[in-house]
Design a protein around this ligand. Structure first.
Ligand SMILES: *Cc1c(COP(=O)(O)O)cnc(C)c1O
Length: 225
C-alpha cells in the first residue's frame, strides 16, 4: 500500500480525540509531501539537523513535533518553529527551552518524558524526578514553556500485558500530575503508542500516537549511526 493509503486507513480507525503524529525520520521530503497532500499536517522527527532541513524546505503550515532525545545546546535551532517537544527529561533542558522561548517571543509546548519501560536504554524521568521538577521554584518561574502532558515508550516486547501495564502507569502519572501540579485545561496530552503498540496505548488512554513504519514503511537506514 502507498503512504497515502496507509495514512488514510489508520486515520479512519482512530478515535476523534487521538492525534496522529506521522514520524517521518529518515524519510525523504517527497514522502512527507505525499502525506501532506492528503491533508495531514502533523509530523515528528528525532534529529535536530534533519528537522531543521525539512522545515526549511517543506510547507510552513506543517506542525513539527520533536520526538527524540534533545540536547540542550541544540534547542536554539528548533525553538523558532517547533510545535511540541515530546521528550523533556530534565530541568536543565526545560530551562534552556524556556530561555529560547523567551528569545523567540514564544511559549513552547512540552511533554515530560517518563521512563516507563523495563529497559535501561530508554530516556525519561522517574516519578520522583518529575515531581521534584514540577515543585521547583525554577520551574514555577518559567513563562516561555508550557507543559501540556506526558510521553513515554513501552518496552520493546511481544508481551502485551507488560506493554499495557507500562502505558497504564504513564496514564496514572498523567492523572496525578493533573491533580497535584498542573490543573489546567491545557494539560491534556498523553503521548504514547508507536506502530507496534498503538492500539494498546489508545485503550490505555493515549491522546497522541507516534507512527512511523506503519505509515511510511520500514526504515532501511538507521539514523542512530
Ligand atoms: C521512531 C520513533 C517512533 C515511531 O516508531 P515506529 O515503530 O516506526 O512507529 C515513535 N516514537 C519515537 C520516540 C521514535 O523515535
Amino acid at each position: 500500500m502507498s503512504i497515502a493509503e496507509n495514512l488514510l486507513k489508520i486515520k479512519q480507525s482512530l478515535p476523534k480525540n487521538v492525534t496522529l503524529v506521522a514520524v517521518s525520520k529518515t524519510k525523504p521530503e517527497e514522502a512527507i509531501l505525499e502525506a501532506y497532500q492528503k491533508g495531514h499536517k502533523v509530523f515528528g522527527e528525532n534529529k535536530v539537523q534533519e528537522l531543521v532541513d525539512k522545515q526549511e524546505h517543506l510547507p510552513k503550515d506543517i506542525e513539527w513535533h520533536f520526538i527524540g532525545h534533545l540536547q540542550t545546546n541544540k534547542v536554539k535551532y528548533i525553538a523558532p518553529f517547533v510545535h511540541l517537544i515530546h521528550a523533556v527529561d530534565s530541568l536543565k533542558l526545560l530551562k534552556e527551552i524556556n530561555k529560547q522561548g523567551a528569545k523567540n517571543e514564544r511559549i513552547i509546548k512540552c511533554l515530560l518524558q517518563f521512563h516507563i519501560a523495563n529497559e535501561k536504554a530508554k530516556f525519561g524521568l522517574s516519578k520522583e524526578e518529575a515531581f521534584e521538577l514540577l515543585q521547583s521554584s525554577e520551574f514555577k518561574a518559567m513563562d516561555h514553556v508550557k507543559i501540556v502532558g506526558v510521553m513515554g515508550m513501552a518496552t520493546y516486547t511481544d508481551n502485551e500485558d507488560q506493554i499495557r501495564a507500562e502505558f497504564a502507569n504513564l496514564k496514572a502519572y498523567f492523572d496525578e500530575i493533573k491533580e497535584k501540579f498542573i490543573n489546567n485545561d491545557d494539560f491534556t496530552e498523553n503521548s504514547m503508542g508507536m506502530s507496534a503498540d498503538y492500539k494498546i496505548a489508545i485503550e490505555e488512554g493515549s491522546t497522541m500516537i507516534r507512527l512511523g513504519s506503519s505509515i511510511f514503511g520500514i526504515r532501511f537506514k538507521s539514523n542512530f549511526i
